[in-house]
Ligand binder design. Structure first.
Ligand code: HEM
Length: 143
Protein backbone atom coordinates (compact mmCIF):
# COMPACT_ATOMS: atom_id res chain seq x y z
CA UNK A 1 0.00 0.00 0.00
CA UNK A 2 2.69 2.48 1.09
CA UNK A 3 4.65 1.74 -2.07
CA UNK A 4 1.74 3.04 -4.13
CA UNK A 5 0.85 6.08 -2.05
CA UNK A 6 4.27 7.73 -2.14
CA UNK A 7 4.60 7.95 -5.96
CA UNK A 8 0.96 8.99 -6.28
CA UNK A 9 1.47 11.73 -3.72
CA UNK A 10 4.68 12.90 -5.40
CA UNK A 11 3.12 13.06 -8.85
CA UNK A 12 0.08 14.95 -7.58
CA UNK A 13 2.44 17.45 -5.96
CA UNK A 14 4.30 17.86 -9.23
CA UNK A 15 1.05 18.60 -11.06
CA UNK A 16 -0.26 20.88 -8.32
CA UNK A 17 2.85 23.09 -8.28
CA UNK A 18 2.06 25.40 -11.24
CA UNK A 19 -1.43 26.17 -9.95
CA UNK A 20 -0.09 27.06 -6.53
CA UNK A 21 0.54 30.71 -7.46
CA UNK A 22 -0.14 33.13 -4.61
CA UNK A 23 -3.07 34.73 -6.43
CA UNK A 24 -4.55 34.34 -9.95
CA UNK A 25 -3.88 38.07 -10.55
CA UNK A 26 -0.27 37.91 -9.32
CA UNK A 27 1.92 39.82 -11.81
CA UNK A 28 -1.16 40.84 -13.85
CA UNK A 29 -2.43 43.87 -11.95
CA UNK A 30 -2.46 47.50 -13.10
CA UNK A 31 0.22 48.12 -10.46
CA UNK A 32 2.36 45.33 -11.93
CA UNK A 33 1.99 47.07 -15.35
CA UNK A 34 3.14 50.42 -13.92
CA UNK A 35 6.04 48.66 -12.17
CA UNK A 36 6.98 47.07 -15.50
CA UNK A 37 7.13 50.56 -17.06
CA UNK A 38 9.31 51.72 -14.16
CA UNK A 39 11.66 48.80 -14.78
CA UNK A 40 12.07 49.86 -18.44
CA UNK A 41 12.59 53.50 -17.40
CA UNK A 42 15.25 52.47 -14.87
CA UNK A 43 17.05 50.46 -17.54
CA UNK A 44 17.02 53.47 -19.89
CA UNK A 45 18.12 55.92 -17.20
CA UNK A 46 21.07 53.71 -16.18
CA UNK A 47 22.14 53.51 -19.82
CA UNK A 48 21.95 57.32 -20.15
CA UNK A 49 23.92 57.72 -16.91
CA UNK A 50 26.60 55.35 -18.18
CA UNK A 51 27.04 57.40 -21.35
CA UNK A 52 27.17 60.63 -19.30
CA UNK A 53 24.06 62.09 -20.97
CA UNK A 54 22.71 64.20 -18.09
CA UNK A 55 19.93 65.84 -20.14
CA UNK A 56 18.63 62.39 -21.04
CA UNK A 57 18.80 61.27 -17.39
CA UNK A 58 16.69 64.32 -16.45
CA UNK A 59 14.12 63.59 -19.17
CA UNK A 60 13.69 59.91 -18.23
CA UNK A 61 13.61 60.76 -14.52
CA UNK A 62 10.62 62.98 -15.24
CA UNK A 63 8.86 60.09 -17.03
CA UNK A 64 9.67 57.92 -14.02
CA UNK A 65 8.09 60.54 -11.75
CA UNK A 66 4.81 60.22 -13.68
CA UNK A 67 4.90 56.42 -13.22
CA UNK A 68 5.59 56.80 -9.49
CA UNK A 69 2.54 59.07 -9.19
CA UNK A 70 0.45 56.35 -10.88
CA UNK A 71 1.83 53.64 -8.57
CA UNK A 72 0.77 55.73 -5.58
CA UNK A 73 -2.89 55.14 -6.47
CA UNK A 74 -2.95 51.32 -6.66
CA UNK A 75 -3.35 48.94 -3.75
CA UNK A 76 -0.75 46.13 -3.78
CA UNK A 77 -2.31 42.71 -4.29
CA UNK A 78 -0.76 41.47 -1.07
CA UNK A 79 -2.92 44.00 0.82
CA UNK A 80 -6.18 43.45 -1.06
CA UNK A 81 -7.72 42.54 -4.41
CA UNK A 82 -10.79 44.69 -3.68
CA UNK A 83 -11.46 48.44 -3.82
CA UNK A 84 -13.01 48.58 -0.34
CA UNK A 85 -10.37 48.32 2.39
CA UNK A 86 -10.87 47.52 6.05
CA UNK A 87 -9.02 49.50 8.75
CA UNK A 88 -5.95 47.23 8.78
CA UNK A 89 -5.71 47.26 4.99
CA UNK A 90 -6.04 51.06 4.97
CA UNK A 91 -3.14 51.31 7.43
CA UNK A 92 -1.06 48.92 5.29
CA UNK A 93 -1.90 50.96 2.20
CA UNK A 94 -0.69 54.13 3.99
CA UNK A 95 2.61 52.32 4.73
CA UNK A 96 2.88 51.40 1.07
CA UNK A 97 2.21 55.01 0.06
CA UNK A 98 4.96 56.12 2.44
CA UNK A 99 7.34 53.76 0.63
CA UNK A 100 6.24 55.30 -2.68
CA UNK A 101 6.78 58.78 -1.20
CA UNK A 102 10.38 57.83 -0.32
CA UNK A 103 10.84 56.56 -3.88
CA UNK A 104 9.41 59.83 -5.24
CA UNK A 105 11.97 61.77 -3.20
CA UNK A 106 14.78 59.70 -4.69
CA UNK A 107 13.44 60.09 -8.24
CA UNK A 108 13.08 63.86 -7.67
CA UNK A 109 16.76 63.89 -6.61
CA UNK A 110 17.55 62.10 -9.87
CA UNK A 111 15.54 64.59 -11.95
CA UNK A 112 17.42 67.52 -10.43
CA UNK A 113 20.90 65.90 -10.43
CA UNK A 114 23.43 68.03 -12.28
CA UNK A 115 26.44 65.72 -12.26
CA UNK A 116 27.27 62.00 -12.37
CA UNK A 117 28.01 61.91 -8.62
CA UNK A 118 24.53 63.19 -7.76
CA UNK A 119 22.99 60.79 -10.32
CA UNK A 120 24.77 57.82 -8.73
CA UNK A 121 23.60 58.86 -5.26
CA UNK A 122 20.00 59.16 -6.44
CA UNK A 123 20.17 55.79 -8.24
CA UNK A 124 21.43 54.19 -5.02
CA UNK A 125 18.51 55.68 -3.11
CA UNK A 126 16.05 54.41 -5.73
CA UNK A 127 17.57 50.92 -5.42
CA UNK A 128 17.07 51.04 -1.66
CA UNK A 129 13.45 52.20 -2.00
CA UNK A 130 12.71 49.41 -4.45
CA UNK A 131 14.35 46.70 -2.31
CA UNK A 132 12.53 47.81 0.83
CA UNK A 133 9.20 48.26 -0.99
CA UNK A 134 9.34 44.83 -2.61
CA UNK A 135 10.31 43.11 0.63
CA UNK A 136 7.29 44.62 2.36
CA UNK A 137 4.62 44.67 -0.36
CA UNK A 138 5.43 42.53 -3.39
CA UNK A 139 3.69 39.17 -3.49
CA UNK A 140 5.84 36.24 -4.55
CA UNK A 141 3.90 34.83 -7.51
CA UNK A 142 5.59 31.41 -7.21
CA UNK A 143 4.41 30.75 -3.69
C1 HEM B 1 12.19 52.31 -9.51
C2 HEM B 1 11.85 51.50 -8.52
C3 HEM B 1 11.06 50.23 -8.78
C4 HEM B 1 11.07 49.40 -9.84
C5 HEM B 1 11.91 49.50 -11.12
C6 HEM B 1 10.09 48.35 -9.59
C7 HEM B 1 9.84 47.27 -10.44
C8 HEM B 1 8.91 46.27 -10.21
C9 HEM B 1 8.69 45.13 -11.06
C10 HEM B 1 9.47 44.82 -12.35
C11 HEM B 1 7.66 44.41 -10.53
C12 HEM B 1 7.07 43.11 -11.07
C13 HEM B 1 5.91 43.43 -11.99
C14 HEM B 1 5.33 42.17 -12.64
O1 HEM B 1 5.05 41.21 -11.90
O2 HEM B 1 5.17 42.17 -13.86
C15 HEM B 1 7.23 45.10 -9.33
C16 HEM B 1 6.18 44.71 -8.53
C17 HEM B 1 5.78 45.37 -7.38
N1 HEM B 1 6.39 46.46 -6.81
FE1 HEM B 1 7.92 47.53 -7.58
N2 HEM B 1 9.50 48.59 -8.38
C18 HEM B 1 10.05 49.72 -7.84
C19 HEM B 1 9.74 50.28 -6.61
C20 HEM B 1 8.76 49.84 -5.75
C21 HEM B 1 8.44 50.43 -4.44
C22 HEM B 1 9.19 51.60 -3.80
C23 HEM B 1 7.37 49.73 -3.95
C24 HEM B 1 6.62 49.90 -2.65
C25 HEM B 1 6.69 50.94 -1.82
C26 HEM B 1 7.03 48.71 -4.91
C27 HEM B 1 5.99 47.81 -4.78
C28 HEM B 1 5.69 46.81 -5.68
C29 HEM B 1 4.55 45.91 -5.52
C30 HEM B 1 3.52 45.96 -4.41
C31 HEM B 1 4.61 45.01 -6.61
C32 HEM B 1 3.59 43.90 -6.92
C33 HEM B 1 2.44 44.48 -7.74
C34 HEM B 1 1.06 44.06 -7.23
O3 HEM B 1 0.84 44.04 -6.00
O4 HEM B 1 0.19 43.80 -8.06
N3 HEM B 1 7.90 48.81 -5.98
N4 HEM B 1 8.01 46.21 -9.15
Amino acid sequence: MKKLIVPVLLSSLAFAAPSMAAHPMCGKTELADVMGDMKDQMKAVKKAAKSGDIAKVTAIANELLASVDKADQYVPLVISDKKELNATQQADFKDYQNGIKFLKGAVTDLASAKDIGAIKMALGKIGKASKKGHKAFKMDCDK
